[in-house]
Structure formats: structure tokens, C-alpha cells
Design a protein around this ligand. Structure first.
Ligand SMILES: O=C(O)C(=O)C[C@]1(C(=O)O)C=C[C@@H](O)C=C1
Length: 306
């Protein structure tokens, strides 16, 4: 049975995602995303499950940066989890008395309208995770009056639910990924996604356009692009890409090789089945057989046969 590290403690959305991704895995709760990924890197765990992006908040930047800088890890699965938040408190607490709320920063963004409307005077403080917030609020001497977390976290830590479905939108989704140390890749399924981190060789006009061209001319559809600071000064950025297809697909492999030729460093973060099952539209001239036929034709031309 694999042992998977995750953002804990028990009752986080990440735990729910892990249970759905691998129901039989042993679970190793960790204090934060970095600790979960380090457990996978060191071998304390066989892999880890971490949040990557949210339909309201956007990218989880800690995860993006860990993937770019730490010892390499590779994504082998993803999951889209609808997230619903509840306001949880110790028994006897009433909403008008809530002055300090504790929750994960991603939940703060997603419940902004509810907090502004129902808790206008409350201070909202960042917690390492939604379940860590619920666990803390359950302590008798806690400085916090309420937590925003999943209902299940309230049940787990003995809190009462004062309000449910308090997210600004009812259709919020968080995308989670399962990662492991580099090894054999999941086979191509026809409905796959690939993730890369790319560092520029040097800063020059058109550098971003040149990268995008590698995808565009091969008909590779991007599903996420993010720039993140390298830390080397204002204006210094690296890039995170998600796109349709598997590195085993000719158009995808060719685009990645093209980036490798023109960029400073390309870090491959995995090709894995898409959670939404969508099958990409293959643009004319970019299928595997189109690439094979063109390579055959070129070989003949070079051999003087055409
Ligand atoms: O705190 C949790 O429960 C998490 O699993 C983390 C996390 C996130 O990082 O986005 C996951 C889903 C929700 O969007 C809020 C928080």
C-alpha cells in the first residue's frame, strides 16, 4: 500500500482529494504543502497530494514554487474537487459574537462576500489549512471564535456548524495533484495533461512569444500559464505551463524539445490523465501520423530519393 503525504491535519480538502485519488493509501498528514512534498522527496512517503489551483483564487503559489525549486517531483494524477465551506464554532457560540475567524488563505478569498456581509467586524487570520483552523478553534482557550473549513472538519473536531455553503460561489473547484519522485510515466490515454516549468536563457524582446510559438505551431492547447518571480530581482520571472496532451504525443514531445532548445532550463513535471476526461481537438497536420509521415518524407529528401 503506498504511503501518501498530504496537507493535514485530518479533515482538510486535500485529505478528501487523497481519499478519492487513492482510497487504499496510508495517509501521512503534514503541517504544510512544503512538508508534504519534502516527505515525498526524502522517501518518508511514496508520494504526496497537494492543491495546485482553485477556480476562484487561481494558483496555489507555494505549490508552484516548490515544483520549480525543490528536488524534482513528477505529477502522476490530478483531481477536481468541488469545495464547500462552513462556518464552524465551539458549541454555544453565536454569529454576532464572532470577532476572530481562523482559516486557510484560499478559503478567505473564496468566502469574502459572506464575511463582509455576516461578520463585518471580524478579523480573519490565516491558518496553515482549514482543518488546522478547526482543530485550533476546538481548543477551550483558543483565541479564535470560529473557523471556516469543510463540514467534515467540524464533525471531526467537535465544532457546530453555524452556516453552510458560505463560499461566494457554489461551483468552486480546487485542482489537486498526486506527485512522486521521478519514475515511469503513466501511459498516454488520449485525454492527458502535461505540466512544465520553464526558465528563460536571457531576457529579450519576444522571449514569451517565442515560447508560446513552440506550442502554437504544433497545435498544443495551453490550459494554464503562470509567471512566478525567480527571486533575482524585479522583472525576473520563470513560467509554469499546463497544456493538453502527453509527452509521448509527437506534437507535445516536439514542442517540449523546441522549448529545451531555446530556453535556459525546462523542468518536466509530468504527463498524466486529465480529471475532466476531455479529449483535445487535434489540429490538421499535428497528429502522430502527420509527424511520422513528415519525418519519412524528410528522410527520403535527405537521401536524394525525392
Ligand atoms: O486547507 C485545506 O483544507 C486545503 O486542503 C487547502 C486548500 C487550498 O490550498 O486551496 C484546498 C481547498 C480549498 O480551496 C481551500 C484550501
Amino acid at each position: 500500500m503506498p504511503r501518501l503525504a498530504y496537507l493535514g491535519p485530518e479533515g482538510t480538502f486535500t485529505e478528501e482529494a487523497l481519499r478519492l485519488l487513492d482510497p487504499t493509501a496510508d495517509r501521512l498528514p503534514c503541517a504544510n504543502v512544503s512538508a508534504a512534498l519534502n516527505a515525498a522527496r526524502s522517501g518518508d512517503a511514496d508520494g504526496a497530494v497537494v492543491p495546485l489551483e482553485n477556480s476562484i483564487e487561481g494558483a496555489i503559489t507555494t505549490t508552484l514554487d516548490e515544483f520549480a525549486w525543490g528536488e524534482p517531483l513528477v505529477i502522476n494524477a490530478e483531481l477536481l474537487l468541488p469545495v464547500q465551506f462552513s462556518l464552524l464554532a465551539r458549541p454555544g457560540t453565536e454569529i454576532p459574537h464572532i470577532k476572530r475567524v481562523y482559516t486557510h488563505p484560499a478559503a478567505i478569498t473564496q468566502c469574502r462576500a459572506f464575511v463582509a456581509r455576516e461578520l463585518p467586524d471580524a478579523v480573519v487570520v490565516s491558518a496553515p489549512s482549514t482543518a488546522a483552523a478547526a482543530q485550533e478553534v476546538a481548543l477551550p482557550g483558543s483565541p479564535y471564535d470560529a473557523a471556516i473549513a469543510a463540514r467534515i472538519a467540524g464533525e471531526h473536531y467537535g465544532l457546530v456548524e453555524l452556516a453552510s455553503g458560505i463560499g461566494d460561489r457554489s461551483d468552486t473547484v480546487t485542482r489537486f495533484v498526486k506527485v512522486a519522485r521521478p519514475g515511469p510515466l503513466p501511459p498516454a490515454t488520449g485525454s492527458d495533461r502535461t505540466t512544465l516549468v520553464v526558465f528563460l536563457a536571457d531576457d529579450h524582446p519576444g522571449a514569451l512569444l517565442e515560447m508560446l510559438t513552440e506550442f502554437s505551431v504544433r497545435g498544443v492547447n495551453l490550459t494554464r500559464i503562470e509567471s512566478r518571480p525567480t527571486g533575482d530581482g524585479i522583472g525576473r520571472y520563470f513560467f509554469h505551463f499546463d497544456f493538453e496532451g502527453h509527452i509521448a504525443d509527437a506534437r507535445v514531445g516536439d514542442a517540449i524539445a523546441g522549448l529545451h532548445r531555446i530556453c535556459g532550463e525546462v523542468r518536466f513535471l509530468g504527463s498524466y490523465p486529465r480529471a475532466d476526461g476531455l479529449v483535445p481537438q487535434i489540429k490538421r497536420g499535428t497528429s502522430d501520423s502527420d509527424f511520422a509521415e513528415a519525418a519519412e518524407w524528410l528522410a527520403k529528401v535527405r537521401a536524394g530519393e525525392i
